[in-house]
Design a protein around this ligand. Structure first.
Ligand SMILES: [Fe+2]
Ligand SMILES: [Fe+2]
Length: 174
């Protein structure tokens, strides 16, 4: 039933090519991010932050699986492409890590900033994809993409909470 709207038999078919292109972009981005999250969790000082990065690594593996299911719901083979935006965000994360690695009191704040930029990119991407899926009545894809969008938003909120509660709060010298 969820599969009924294929090309030629769906509303807003003009969006289909864009939808597929953006799906390939975010699949590539998620795969690139796995490596980035490993670096972030290895660098984090706070155990809470480390744990948050590890949890999001596992969620990211789930996001890749969901994207594969989205492609199969469209009767397509999952194929990602290199995401230049994610590449740039992760390059900046590397830079910031290098710059602040000898300043533990500020490093976690810098890692959170890098990670939240990534999350906002993902939130924008999945937000658009959910909209396209809805407009084309790809309901199975819409449900899968909306689940990932929620997890990206939750991660962003969690990172803000960590920033407010410990990572960015100056520590007394003892
Ligand atoms: Fe993700
Ligand atoms: Fe994410």
């Amino acid at each position: 039933m969820a599969r009924k709207n294929k090309e030629g038999n769906m509303p807003n078919a003009h969006l289909h090519e864009l939808f597929v292109d953006e799906l390939k972009d975010i699949l590539g981005a998620e795969k690139q991010l796995l490596k980035g999250l490993k670096k972030l969790s290895a660098a984090a000082n706070s155990d809470t932050l480390k744990k948050a990065f590890e949890t999001h690594y596992e969620q990211t593996e789930g996001h890749i699986e969901r994207l594969k299911s989205v492609f199969s719901s469209l009767d397509m083979t999952a194929r990602g492409k290199k995401c230049k935006a994610m590449e740039g965000l992760l390059n900046e994360a590397d830079e910031i890590l290098e710059e602040f690695q000898d300043s533990p009191e500020v490093l976690d704040a810098a890692l959170i900033a890098a990670a939240q930029k990534v999350e906002h990119y993902e939130i924008a991407s999945y937000g658009c994809l959910v909209t396209y899926a809805r407009l084309m009545e790809h309901s199975e894809a819409e449900g899968l993409l909306a689940s990932t969008l929620e997890e990206e938003k939750e991660t962003d909120v969690l990172l803000t909470e960590i920033a407010m509660s410990e990572a960015n709060v100056g520590q007394s010298a003892d």
